[in-house]
Design a protein around this ligand. Structure first.
Ligand code: ADP
Length: 355
């Protein structure tokens, strides 16, 4: 199986025609990702080397397609680099640290509809309730629904004074958290057709051109699945740890497994698994619990990957009702079983990073 090292090895045979140094050494080829049968790289040429671009792209493809298990080579062009180099700055370095943000937690799932956004919103609100400064970045381009989960669909984020790149987006404050959502950028009903590279620059803007101020935690609601969007996002954001959300059905495990494998291949640290919709608790009989979606999915996934099962969140009708009203259950009904589980989850996350 071709590894990142194998790919880098062959790519290091490609030379700059001027200095004769290899492109890996020059960091003109970065972010080599092997998601078989695909390899994705970022080509980051300084403006003075643009004339070599066609030759380099050709050589990259030729070399990588020689591997038997690779049939697709995706080359992302880092458009920022030539501009930033001219200014004497380095955008890539910047990715490693976002000023003022201590820890970035990504919430992800193998497929849609498992409750990923619900979990992300309630984690963020529960961290805030613990007194931690918390932001929520809704990067789910396919269904950015955190504004409706937080009841802020009518609000438009303001921008700071200044012009051009000096201007910053001011997050919307609700329930003690700071929210910025892709939903703010998408017109309702408009199809989402951004491609990976475009998404990359949008997410960077989100991170660097938002007035986050100081945050203990930035929770990111990633899009579901393992496509280009997730890969670009994971690579654009310096993630401290990812949480994978799944449901108890064993049939949904396959998707979740792919999600976990993607993070592993991208080198993103995994914090653990959250099983959502574990049991149904009828509102009139809160002592009863029904395993309507089967059982064991979260446990199996966690065990297979040697990860903790961080939480099991029950299905509660009040959770849906409160979500529909735009109030996360952990805020409106802290005594409900799901709210208690969210608080415990937030405490686990705090302990992993703070004490
Ligand atoms: P995703 O982000 O994975 O697409 P959502 O968070 O949008 O999923 O949730 C999908 C639907 O399931 C929403 O209507 C949400 O209110 C509901 N839901 C999610 N988790 C629960 C739960 N634990 N109990 C009841 N309903 C839930």
């Amino acid at each position: 199986m071709t590894t990142v090292e194998d790919a880098k090895n062959v790519l290091s045979k490609i030379l700059d025609s001027g200095s004769k140094k290899n492109l890996i050494e020059l960091a003109w080829i970065k972010n080599v990702r092997v998601i078989l049968p695909r390899v994705i790289i970022t080509l980051s040429l300084p403006s003075f080397a643009n004339s070599q671009r066609d030759r380099i792209v050709q050589e990259v493809r030729n070399k990588l397609l020689k591997f038997e298990d690779i049939n697709d080579v995706q080359i992302e062009i880092d458009h920022n680099v030539s501009q930033s180099n001219e200014k004497g700055e380095n955008n890539f370095q910047e990715l490693k640290n976002i000023k003022g943000i201590k820890h970035i937690i990504a919430v992800s799932s193998g497929k849609g509809g498992v409750g990923k956004s619900t979990i992300a919103v309630n984690i963020a609100c529960s961290l805030a309730k613990l007194g931690l400064k918390t932001g929520l970045l809704d990067a789910d381009i396919y269904g950015p629904n955190t504004p409706s989960l937080l009841g802020v669909t009518e609000e438009n984020p303001k921008v700071t004074d200044g012009s051009g790149n000096d201007q910053r987006l001011i997050p919307i404050k609700k329930f003690g958290i700071s929210l910025v959502s892709m939903g703010f950028l998408i017109e309702e009903g408009q199809p989402v057709i951004w491609r990976g590279p475009m998404l990359n620059s949008i997410i960077k803007q989100f991170l660097y051109q938002v007035e986050w101020n100081y945050l203990d935690f930035l929770v990111i609601d990633l899009p579901p699945g393992t496509g280009d969007a997730q890969i670009s996002l994971s690579q654009s954001v310096p993630i401290s740890g990812a949480i994978v959300v799944t449901t108890p059905q064993q049939v949904s495990l396959q998707d979740a497994r792919r999600g976990l494998a993607m993070f592993k291949q991208l080198g993103v640290p995994l914090l653990g698994v959250v099983e959502n919709m574990s049991v149904f608790i009828p509102p009139d009989m809160p002592d009863k619990k029904y395993e309507i979606f089967g059982k064991g999915g979260g446990k199996i996934l966690a065990k297979e990957n040697d990860l903790p099962l961080l939480a099991q969140i029950p299905i509660e009708i009040s959770l849906v009702n409160e979500s529909n009203k735009g109030i996360p259950i952990s805020v409106s009904q802290p005594d409900k079983e799901s709210s208690i589980r969210f608080t415990e989850l937030a405490q686990i996350i705090r302990k992993m990073f703070i004490n």
